[in-house]
Design a protein. Structure first.
Length: 243
């Protein structure tokens, strides 16, 4: 599917927002015309391209952004999403941009079995695929995008993350890796329902206070609390820490 117009919408929005620090979620809210607190506080809803892509779903733009990042059209640094020089060239002169697979948006819930199969395969093979030559890069990014979307859908349904890992035949560390990847890309999600089940509140508070001191440094926390908390517990709390 050629989604050049969706990508151009994203790039035009970023052009309008170039004076601002823009997270992925803020960008998507801006494009879709969602008057979030961040947008209204900064008056972003008064800009020309606000709401220019309100006919498409959030999951669609997440897929486009993921692929655009993989193809070096967009980049994220410190939770700030910007266009690269390649992206600026695309904005001025759009060319075909093929989104490899967005069936999970078009037929939600009906392709779960096929999606699960593809996600298990991607989880096992993504690392090797990324190390192959350039013509394999796009299929790898598509599988990774599908995996991320399926994980977010599981979180929306409040599926326990250990159950999700078992269902997907993944190690729990792999699920944590995916969640950390989503955080780095600016995707918002809420896993407190699971953290509250597996880690007592006072333990959470102790770790959150420490993350405040070390600016969220997981390695320092693992070293500091060695033998007190398991590394996966520390990584889970880091995922709910808000700087």
């Amino acid at each position: 599917m050629d989604v050049r117009e969706s990508l151009r919408t994203i790039l035009e929005a970023l052009h309008d927002l170039k004076k601002y620090h823009v997270s992925r979620q803020c960008l998507i809210d801006f494009i879709r015309g969602n008057e979030s607190k961040e947008i209204t506080e900064h008056g972003l809803d008064t800009l020309e391209s606000f709401g220019s892509g309100d006919k498409r779903e959030e999951s669609h733009y997440n897929l486009v952004i993921d692929q655009a990042i993989d193809e070096k059209i967009l980049k994220i640094s410190d939770n700030n999403i910007t266009a690269t020089a390649k992206g600026e060239r695309f904005r001025k002169n759009p060319t075909p941009f093929i989104l490899k697979d967005e069936s999970e948006e078009e037929e939600p819930g009906e392709n779960d079995n096929a999606l699960l199969d593809s996600l298990v395969e991607s989880a096992l093979n993504d690392k090797d695929e990324e190390e192959t030559d350039a013509h394999m890069a796009i299929p790898s990014s598509t599988a990774r995008s599908q995996q991320m979307i399926h994980l977010i859908q599981a979180i929306d349904r409040k599926v326990p993350l250990d159950d999700y890992a078992e269902q997907m035949q993944l190690g729990f560390d792999e699920v944590l890796d995916s969640l950390e990847h989503l955080v780095e890309r600016g995707t918002k999600f809420d896993i407190t329902y699971f953290v509250d089940e597996v880690i007592e509140k006072e333990c959470q508070d102790e770790l959150l206070d420490y993350f405040d001191e070390v600016d969220g440094n997981v390695d320092k926390a693992i070293e500091e609390f060695y033998g007190v908390y398991r590394p996966e517990e520390i990584r889970l709390v880091r995922l709910i820490w808000k700087p």
